[in-house]
Design a protein around this ligand. Structure first.
Ligand SMILES: Nc1ncnc2c1ncn2[C@@H]1O[C@H](COP(=O)(O)OP(=O)(O)O)[C@@H](O)[C@H]1O
Ligand SMILES: [Mg+2]
Length: 274
């Protein structure tokens, strides 16, 4: 917590952070749509692809969709970083299912298949494998993930697989050798640009402030408009600018962040990235 921000604005915690809990999230149209589709994918036990620009709200949407799941019947395996090789993905699944990953790849794949089958058939649990930053997956990894969803002769899939990544992921799946994968994808949702409409920006900022203990107005309408425009409606960029604008307003001993504070924040950010 930046000390003078807290005392100046009387925040109970730092606003605009990534750990904002699900009940405090802002229900933007894009977020609602993504969550609804993820819930459908989970109920359909399918293979899905969720894409969006950096900071558009993908990981948050997964958190929100997972929040409503019955923990006694679902096992969510979340891989934040897929740069772990084919073994790494299978190893993480084995570990999450309580197995010590088999040392040899030839043994690891059937081990994971058996563990998934046991989880589904014996324990009646549904496994959801969510791989974040999936645009970084290699072709070999994608193929191994596809195989995981289609093992055995049983028509029902043992798990839901969700690939989350930047827009390049969708383009990659469309290329020739990925066609087999692409054909099996049951859900494709891309966060729109902007992720938050200009009309949603105010509610978004208020949701973060409310979670930090302030429910009154802390940003002028002009400040919100300027921040939303510069951030291109992307939540993470709005977070960053909003904090810097609050700091700028605080430095000038103002009660709210006005357009001047927002423009100072933009100028600082632009100077820092030049
Ligand atoms: N619906 C929302 N309500 C509140 N904050 C959000 C929402 N969506 C995104 N955010 C904020 O934006 C940040 C970036 O979202 P995130 O899901 O991590 O983006 P991505 O995974 O697409 O890079 C989050 O850490 C969170 O603070
Ligand atoms: Mg993310």
């Amino acid at each position: 917590m930046i000390p003078n921000l807290q005392s100046h604005y009387g925040f109970t915690r730092m606003p605009f952070t990534k750990d904002i809990p699900v009940p405090a999230l802002f229900s933007s149209a894009a977020c609602k749509e993504a969550v609804a589709r993820l819930r459908w994918l989970i109920s359909a036990r399918g293979l899905g692809v969720l894409t969006g620009e950096v900071g558009s709200g993908k990981t948050v949407a997964l958190r929100a969709a997972a929040d409503g799941l019955d923990a006694s019947r679902n096992t969510l395996i979340y891989l934040p970083n897929p740069q772990v090789g084919v073994r790494g993905i299978h190893g993480a699944v084995a570990q999450a299912l309580g197995k010590a990953p088999c040392f040899y790849t030839a043994g690891l794949i059937p081990q994971v298949e058996a563990a998934l089958a046991a989880e589904t058939d014996e324990r009646g649990r549904h496994v959801i494998l969510a791989i974040d930053e999936s645009h970084l997956l290699t072709g070999e990894q994608l193929e191994s993930v596809r195989m995981m969803t289609s093992h055995g002769l049983d028509s029902s899939s043992p798990l839901t697989v969700l690939l989350i990544g930047q827009p390049t992921l969708r383009r990659r799946l469309r290329v020739g050798d990925m066609a087999a994968f692409d054909q099996r994808v049951q859900l494709k949702y891309a966060f729109p640009v902007p992720s938050l409409t200009p009309a949603e920006a105010d509610g978004y900022i208020r949701a973060h402030l409310a979670h930090a203990g302030r429910t009154d107005t802390l940003f002028s309408d002009d400040a919100v408009r300027v921040i939303h425009g510069h951030a291109r409606g992307m939540p993470r960029a709005i977070n960053r600018l909003a904090v810097t604008a609050l700091l700028a307003a605080c430095t000038e001993n103002k009660a709210i962040a006005d357009e001047k504070a927002a423009r100072t924040a933009i100028a600082e950010e632009t100077a820092a990235t030049d």
